[in-house]
Write a protein that binds this ligand. Structure first.
Ligand SMILES: Nc1nc2c(ncn2[C@@H]2O[C@H](COP(=O)(O)OP(=O)(O)O)[C@@H](O)[C@H]2O)c(=O)[nH]1
Ligand SMILES: [Mg+2]
Length: 288
């Protein structure tokens, strides 16, 4: 509780605590942030509220009516969006919970009725994970369409499900699919298997997700200062030009050179706009 919080703050806090739907929670939290005391000492609380708000917003979904029927989209946050597709009781909710901490797995089939969203931390990169309901209605499969990667999860004891899932993958024309067997029973799986419940092989899965997303992260820095601790993510193969453009368009316009630690010939070597950046590079842009 921030020091010297006024009546307005407590009223807003109460409203937030009583909020039921996601929309209500988001609105109440925005109000709470607006009336939060701005002085020093309240900064930590404010930062926490803002983090909470961005988490809630990342779970928001938009359902629209289109000519072909309803379409649900999940606004993207983080470096990329990954979805989990599979039949009932494949362990999708369990996997979402293991990766992100969000969700309620249940032995009741079809208990996840609408997509569930969580944020997974891979090292220092935030990746959004969406569970698609087992019913696999076209309305929800459209999310898989827009995701950068689809994890097709199946019960390791039911390899026959893979064939049926392949039909879905083909129908939806999904290009980036990661097949994962979930060891719900003791039966040994063929291929890459995880145990969503115990967390077995989850770190390997996270590494594979990152690898399959084909991204690189770079840390930008200002001359004379330490590099940013939060990375910027770009597609693999991106150049210093892409970094400069993403930081600020003036950086690109007035670009002189960049110093790179990591992929350069030696630490801090000067490079030009065409230099291809590598994962974990530190980049200092010099502009006029
Ligand atoms: N032993 C074990 N049980 C699991 C595993 N994954 C899921 N379950 C259980 O199987 C049931 C269905 O899982 P859930 O994640 O809700 O499946 P979903 O329908 O694909 O979302 C739940 O009771 C889970 O706790 C696993 O890896 N090992
Ligand atoms: Mg589920």
């Amino acid at each position: 509780m921030p020091v010297n919080a006024g009546y307005e703050y407590f009223a807003a806090q109460k409203k937030y605590q009583e909020a039921k739907t996601l929309d209500e929670k988001i609105r109440a939290l925005e109000e709470l942030i607006r009336v939060s005391p701005g002085h020093k000492g309240a900064e930590n609380v404010l930062a926490q509220l803002k983090t909470k708000l961005s988490k809630l917003k990342s779970q928001k979904m938009v359902t629209k009516k289109r000519s072909g029927g309803r379409v649900t989209t999940v606004p993207k946050t983080g470096a990329a969006q990954v979805c989990i597709v599979g039949f009932a009781n494949a362990g999708k909710s369990e996997l979402l919970r293991t990766l992100t901490g969000v969700g309620e797995p249940s032995p009741m089939p079809y208990s996840t009725k609408s997509p569930r969203v969580g944020m997974m931390l891979y090292e220092d990169v935030q990746i959004q994970v969406v569970e698609i309901p087992s019913s696999m209605e076209p309305e929800f499969l459209s999310i898989a369409h827009n995701s950068e990667l689809a994890i097709f999860l199946y019960d390791a004891a039911r390899p026959e499900d893979v064939e049926k899932l392949m039909e879905t993958a083909e129908k939806e024309d999904l290009r980036n699919i990661l097949w994962v067997a979930n060891s719900i029973t003791e039966k040994k799986a063929v291929g890459f298997a995880i145990n969503a419940k115990t967390g077995e092989n989850i770190n390997e899965l996270k590494r594979t997700i990152w690898w399959r997303l084909k991204l690189v992260r770079v840390y930008t820095k200002i001359v004379g200062k330490k590099a940013e601790t939060r990375p910027m993510t770009l597609r693999a193969g991106s150049t210093v030009r892409d970094v400069a453009r993403d930081v600020h368009k003036d950086f690109l316009k007035n670009f002189k050179f960049a110093r790179v630690w990591g992929s350069a010939k030696f630490p801090g070597a000067q490079v030009g706009l065409d230099h291809v950046v590598k994962d974990k590079d530190i980049i200092e842009i010099h502009a006029s």
